[in-house]
Design a binder for this molecule. Structure first.
Ligand code: OXD
Ligand code: MN
Length: 584
């Protein structure tokens, strides 16, 4: 009889039939061997040894470049327990169907066993996962994204308390690609993809989908949130966690270089994607970042938008699907320099502008978090950091003001539950579709989202000092279609107002949707922006909000009677407050 870990690995090997099984220890020597294996695979190369030491470029199969939500399933015995926003398969059927694809899938290959810790090594908030995979690229990335190898195996010992994840590249055929989660068993199976969130099972699959399910069972929270510390003059740091849908600048906000640094305001990074939170002995909600690295989108990242990450990714970084210059340096659109001659695109072909973008729009860098100059001294604090504010956000061209504060936790939960983001038709600049994305968890909640809202409401009752809840929108446009707010490092001005509200200070004005900054509330010195633009940025238009109410009602209707009564109550209250403004 082996340990529970060995027993499960043996079972996985029985199914997938690898030629050999290697337990990863996480050592540097092992890593070098894995990277060499990755290079032998043929679709990876080393980058410039002097300007990008220990950096690699990996090219994924062109049909395997992003998470595939339509092939991602939550497998609960009852369909309704997965809810209307998840794809569902019954667990027995899923085991049968995906099991057939995994059967013998590792023949001729090595199965790597990766024990890993999510969260700081000695934190009571941390959890252990074990991923087995036949992809050296996955091993190399998991080494950056988690604390893996001996450290995890030592912590696990003979315990059965780990989340197993079985991953095989299969034949990379999208027709035979599935990412399936069994929340009751706390098990993940993934086949047919080597890419990011489909294959690095610690990230979205465990740290969000399975963890959100565990968090509800166990009374904590697993959220798709960055964690940052705002340092104020005098050195006190206030921690905030923020949820934004994709393409809203989450990593940039987490790593921001503050425009108010000369006034003593600085931003420190604890995490850029995921927060695990538990009520601490002091009555505050404490957050840890379960990850150890950043798996960020490269295009659009440059010295203007995120200087900290630009500094971080010059060593020990794996790039995926970026372009490469004749000097063996990575390149992508938005890096801040014109495409140099001799550029090779993400597919490995000579590039010219007729061939579309040189880097894939979802090209990535995988970099150790501690390489960022902005990394917080508390980022591995075992007890986590106390969270004083939650910030929700989306990309809304017209509707949402720059920032507003919710009235209380229940209203804040409603604000999160009704979050949405708009896509913009790039060619015409017209506003496209609004996608509802509650708490930015739409593709990541491992159970029925109505129950998830219920869990938020329950947590609000239990936290003695709950975070205040805010909503921001960096993307409001004026009548001329241009963004009204400069964004990036200037966003610290909004964080400063949030900090003041947390401390019970700051000028406010009450509106039907919540409190917006009152006159003089936002620190604007040194910023060239007209009073009219500020007024427009903070305006709450009752007609637009009326239309929004109709849209959110339709969204809520999907959940039927499972939707918590409090969500309908907040919907009605907002309607009544809007009515009063119209008739006043
Ligand atoms: C991510 C995502 O990659 O949210 O973090 O899609
Ligand atoms: Mn994310």
């Amino acid at each position: 009889m082996g340990t529970p870990l060995e027993n499960w690995v043996n079972e996985a090997a029985q199914l997938t039939r690898p030629d050999r099984v290697v337990y990863c220890d996480g050592s540097e020597a092992e890593n070098q061997g894995i990277l060499e294996e990755m290079l032998r695979g043929g679709d990876s190369l080393t980058l410039n040894e002097s300007t990008y030491p220990n950096c690699y470029l990996s090219r994924s199969s062109p049909n395997d470049v992003a998470r595939t939500e339509h092939l991602t399933f939550i497998c609960t015995p009852e369909k309704d327990d997965a809810g209307p926003t998840n794809n569902w398969m019954d667990p027995v059927g899923a085991k049968h169907k995906v099991g057939a694809l995994l059967s013998g899938a590792m023949r001729g290959r090595t199965m790597y066993v990766i024990p890993y810790i999510l969260g700081p090594v000695n934190s009571p908030l941390s959890k252990i996962g074990v991923e087995v995979t036949d992809s050296p690229y996955v091993v190399a990335n998991m080494r950056i994204m988690s604390r893996m190898g001996k450290v995890a195996q030592d912590r696990l010992g003979a315990s059965a308390d780990f989340v197993p994840g079985l991953h095989s590249l299969g034949d990379l055929d999208p027709m035979r690609r599935y990412i399936v989660h069994f929340p009751q068993e706390k098990l993940i199976w993934s086949v047919g993809s080597g890419y990011g969130g489909n294959a690095l099972l610690g990230k979205k699959c465990f740290a969000l989908r399975i963890a959100s399910f565990m968090a509800r069972e166990q009374g904590w929270m697993a959220e798709h949130m960055l964690i940052l510390g705002l340092e104020a003059p005098g050195g006190k740091v206030t921690y905030m966690a923020a949820a934004f849908p994709s393409a809203c600048g989450k990593t940039n906000l987490a790593m921001m270089v503050s425009a108010l640094e000369s006034q003593g305001y600085r931003v420190w990074t604890v995490g850029d994607d995921i927060a695990w939170m538990r009520i601490g002995a002091d009555g505050y909600l404490h957050a840890v970042n379960p990850e150890a690295g950043f798996f960020g989108v490269a295009p659009g990242t440059g010295f203007h938008t995120n200087p900290n990450v630009m500094e971080a990714i010059h060593r020990n970084t794996i790039f995926t699907n970026v372009a490469v210059t004749a000097k063996d340096e990575p390149w992508w659109e938005g890096i801040g320099e014109a495409p140099p001659p001799g550029l090779i695109n993400w597919k490995g072909d000579a590039w010219d502008s007729s061939k579309g973008p040189a880097a894939h729009p979802n090209a990535r860098y995988t970099v150790p978090a501690n390489q960022s100059p902005s990394i917080s001294s508390q980022w591995e604090a075992p007890e986590g950091v106390p969270i004083s504010a939650f910030i929700f956000g989306g990309r809304r061209a017209r509707l949402a003001p720059l920032v507003y504060e919710s009235f209380d936790w229940q209203h804040g939960t409603f604000v999160g539950a009704t979050m949405a983001s708009e896509t913009t038709a790039a060619a015409t600049g017209e506003v496209g579709i609004t996608r509802r994305d509650p708490m930015a968890m739409l593709p990541f909640c491992g159970y029925n989202m109505a129950d998830y809202f219920g869990h938020w409401l329950e947590m609000g009752k239990k936290i003695p000092h709950p975070p205040k809840i805010f909503h921001v929108n960096w993307f409001r446009r004026g009548a001329d279609g241009k963004f009204l707010w400069p964004g990036y490092g200037e966003n610290v001005r909004v964080l400063k107002w949030i900090l003041e509200r947390v401390e019970g200070r700051g000028s406010v004005q009450e509106t039907p949707i919540g409190y917006v900054p009152g006159p003089g509330g936002l620190t604007l010195d040194g910023l060239k922006i007209s009073p009219e633009a500020i007024e427009e940025l903070l305006r709450v238009n009752p007609d637009d909000w009326q239309a929004e109410l109709d849209d959110t009602r339709q969204f809520f209707d999907k959940f039927g009677t499972r939707l918590p009564r409090e969500m309908r109550e907040e919907h009605e209250r907002l309607g009544r407050r809007l009515q009063r403004t119209v008739t006043a």
